[in-house]
Design a protein around this ligand. Structure first.
Ligand SMILES: Cc1cc2nc3c(=O)[nH]c(=O)nc-3n(C[C@H](O)[C@H](O)[C@H](O)COP(=O)(O)OP(=O)(O)OC[C@H]3O[C@@H](n4cnc5c(N)ncnc54)[C@H](O)[C@@H]3O)c2cc1C
Length: 469
């Protein structure tokens, strides 16, 4: 991001701060205990967790642009843990591991609420829950599986099956057939949260350097040395918190790929929201593979997002992720199809995209590169707004050597499925994505899925790889 932010959220957050120009780049040679590369949620939650545990630690965050210029300032603002993904959690970590991760996720919303209260920050947090809606019979089955998994693990209250009428009580749409309600979810203004974290980090004594892209990470005679264009910083511990930009980094390269996610924001239409009965602040998503996610804002806008953006090649995160015309068109089409009353009467106030760091099993991995003091948290797979808080706790535990519930989470220092090497990762990913989109478009339109597309769309499952969310 250079100049005007692409995301409506970041524009709003920076304007509300009134200090848009205030950035401190690194221009000297510094020494710290911990250097965090990346000023999004992961870097900043980790910095705060470290300071909470040991206020004497010297901590620095190095951000290439402004804090919030990455996905943390662009996302849908769905703040939640993992109840929505229990079947896949069970497949990845077994029943006990799935329960452990899901319970950890349950701490996210209270933690963000407590953070905002302690720092007098308003991030537009609204606890309206999350309703996933089914648009096709295939999606009915998918959602029933989530309810079943919650029941089997003893968490029936966390995933409540809704029939068509119960869904319409929360939001009326001609496309919704049924759904599942997860009470554990809030919506936030995502860029306000990342900017609030930056303020809190500065207040806690963290050095936050913006406009400070790390160009090199070298092993010095003593600590590591991170070099930017105008300065350097020595650090005993380094955290790579660069999200999709880490995709080309060798320790995680084979376990990560990039997809784009894209959103449009409407002008305020509170009267239309009242007409369709969507006034409870629920975050909504459908049950497609490349899902659509949609939510309201306190002034009655609707954000409609689609996880069907472009695919990155060779770990490069280029401008194609900031704005992708076909993805914007898909988001607008989603608005027309799912919320026609809104689409008919609301203008579009903004459209933007961002890169998502996708793990083969769609769960993040937090860890330390073997025989080093270099740590990382990546692989959120389009679901990191809440999980980055968990990662921050786990990274702080790894750095301080704490053997606790965070360092022992199944997400920490885990193996994980690998993607094929490039160029197969890119070429195969593109083909499969196109096939899945074609299949799901056909399903939604009540048409037969194209036979070739169906065959290609099955490939990732055969390889144990998940695409979409
Ligand atoms: C459009 C979109 C919608 C999404 N919606 C949701 C949602 O509703 N709910 C949800 O849970 N998740 C969502 N996500 C995912 C979520 O936003 C991310 O998982 C989360 O923000 C990750 O935080 P992060 O700090 O790891 O990454 P980021 O916020 O991307 O931060 C990484 C930072 O590293 C910086 N950086 C990169 N390279 C360097 C370098 N060499 N030196 C210094 N700095 C560097 C970048 O500038 C960036 O600011 C969405 C993502 C997108 C793109």
């Amino acid at each position: 991001m250079r100049g005007e932010p692409t995301s409506w959220w970041l524009r709003e957050a920076l304007e509300s701060e009134g200090d848009r120009g205030e950035r401190t780049p690194l221009t000297t040679a510094e020494e710290v205990d911990v250097a965090l590369v990346g000023g999004g949620y992961t870097g900043l939650w980790t910095a705060l967790a470290l300071k909470e545990r040991d206020p004497g630690l010297r901590v620095a965050v190095l951000e290439a642009d402004v804090c919030g210029s990455g996905a943390s300032g662009r996302n849908g603002g769905f703040l939640h843990g993992y109840w929505y993904d229990l079947p896949r959690l069970r497949a990845a970590f077994g029943d006990a591991g799935a329960a452990e991760v899901a319970i950890a996720g349950g701490h996210v919303v209270p933690a963000v609420e407590a953070f905002c209260a302690a720092h007098c920050e308003d991030v537009w947090l609204e606890q309206g829950g999350h309703m996933r809606v089914a648009l096709t019979p295939e999606q009915d089955v998918r959602l029933a599986g989530v309810v079943d998994a919650a029941r089997k693990l003893g968490f029936a209250d966390e995933a409540q099956l809704l029939d068509r009428r119960a869904v319409a009580d929360r939001c009326r749409s001609p496309a919704f057939r049924g759904g599942v309600f997860f009470r554990d979810c809030a919506t936030i203004q995502p860029a306000r949260l990342v900017r609030a974290l930056r303020r809190a980090a500065l207040a806690a004594g963290v050095a936050v350097y913006e406009d400070s892209r790390v160009l090199e990470l070298a092993k010095g005679p003593g600590p590591y040395v991170l070099r930017t264009a105008a300065g350097s910083i020595g650090a005993d511990d380094v955290v790579v918190a660069t999200n999709a930009a880490a995709t080309g980094w060798s320790p995680v390269r084979r376990r990560l790929t990039n997809f784009g996610s894209c959103a449009v924001m409407t002008e305020p239409v509170p009267h239309v929201l009242r007409e369709i009965g969507w006034t409870g602040g629920e975050a909504l998503s459908d049950a497609r593979t490349f899902l659509r996610y949609f939510r309201t804002t306190p002034d009655g806008r609707v954000l409609m997002g689609t996880a069907s953006g472009p695919i990155g090649r060779g770990g490069r995160v280029g401008a194609q992720f900031d704005f992708d015309g076909p993805s914007v068109d898909r988001a607008k089409a989603g608005l027309r199809r799912l919320l026609p009353a809104v689409a008919d009467r609301a203008g579009i106030a903004g459209a933007w995209g961002g890169a998502v760091d996708v793990a083969a099993d769609h769960f993040p991995f937090v860890g330390t590169v073997p025989r080093t003091r270099i740590h990382y948290a990546v692989g959120y797979s389009g679901h990191g707004t809440g999980p980055s808080w968990i990662a921050g706790q786990a990274l702080a535990s790894l750095i301080t050597g704490a053997d606790d519930r965070w360092s022992r989470l199944p997400l920490v220092n885990r193996g994980g499925r690998r993607f094929p090497p490039e160029p197969f990762k890119y070429v195969g990913g593109r083909a499969v994505r196109a096939a899945m989109l074609a299949c799901e478009e056909a399903q939604e339109g009540g048409r037969r899925q194209p036979t070739a597309a169906r065959a290609v769309a099955k490939l990732p499952t055969l390889l144990g790889i998940r695409l979409g969310r």
